[in-house]
Design a protein around this ligand. Sequence first.
Ligand SMILES: NC(=O)c1ccc[n+]([C@@H]2O[C@H](COP(=O)([O-])OP(=O)(O)OC[C@H]3O[C@@H](n4cnc5c(N)ncnc54)[C@H](OP(=O)(O)O)[C@@H]3O)[C@@H](O)[C@H]2O)c1
Length: 314
Amino acid sequence: MDYTTLGKTGLKVSVAGLGCGGPSRLGMRGDAASENHAVRLIKQALDLGVNFLDTAESYATEGIVGKAVAGLPRDRVVISTKKTLPTPDQANPEAEIVKGLEQSLKLLGTDYIDVYHLHGVEPKDYKFAQNRLMAPMRRLKEQGKIRFIGVTEGFVVDTSHTMLQDSLKKDLWDVVMVGFNLLNPSARKAVFPLTVKNGVGVLDMFAVRRALSQPKRLKEICAELVAKGALAKDSVDLNDPLGFLFKETDAATLPEAAYRFCRHERGVDVVLTGTGNPEHLKENIRAILKPPLPKAALEKLESLFGGLDNLTGN
Ligand SMILES: NC(=O)c1ccc[n+]([C@@H]2O[C@H](COP(=O)([O-])OP(=O)(O)OC[C@H]3O[C@@H](n4cnc5c(N)ncnc54)[C@H](OP(=O)(O)O)[C@@H]3O)[C@@H](O)[C@H]2O)c1
């Protein structure tokens, strides 16, 4: 495993982080795999050198993370979890933050969270988050119950990173979680210059998602882009839109190319990988540890998708 420093937090983190949510939820989405399977998957990640685990109140995997790390020295893992936003009409949204944190601590079996995020802050939530939720977050930090304050963007509705662009002008976050992948690399211009300048740690989500793990979905998305005029018709082979990557690089699979693309982006500290499949986990960590894709392939990706900021790749 390779390790890096998560911005100004100073935390030493593995460049591959295990995402315990997303479409897989450690394999527990849909036809749920057993909790034991999920615990084993986390332990496998730890054995492979991962020390960054990302979960959330809303994933219902905090208890599983708690079981997987029970008995380990607390500083062996960096735990990132998230509070679902209370709504502004709740009588006491500040108290909801504290209540959520206490519940997370209990499920995770710890007395502090390394990075505690406000989860999925959309542009419409930003003022509320800033005016009402930052004060309790800061108090929890002062009390030592959380070490660092994070935010995750609502990438599905905010594919061009409006909330982060606004909020990164202020000194609110120690860490941010950003949607960034080879189909929508817009964070490169919109977010990373600000995070690098201010020493804010960056966690990358949506590296692969559906479009970069399911060839059928990739074809659909590229066909939609051509229909909208966002991709020139003669610029891609709609039967195999990213086929050129396998001729021009040593990447063996699309997820491999997609994770490598993210891993070597300047400004990305941790690439989160979400999977329920032990073989995928092994492959993905191997991919994240491989060298960058060759320059020519990166330039071709840039010419195709470099200007896009209106899709998630889901
Ligand atoms: N707003 C937020 O706060 C937010 C939103 C989204 C995600 N997240 C965080 O980010 C983490 C990563 O999520 P993500 O959805 O962005 O993960 P991702 O790693 O980009 O994509 C996960 C999807 O790709 C598939 N996949 C992974 N490796 C594969 C491989 N080698 N071959 C084929 N398919 C593969 C997985 O299915 P298999 O299970 O079959 O491998 C799953 O469907 C989440 O777990 C969560 O912690 C946060």
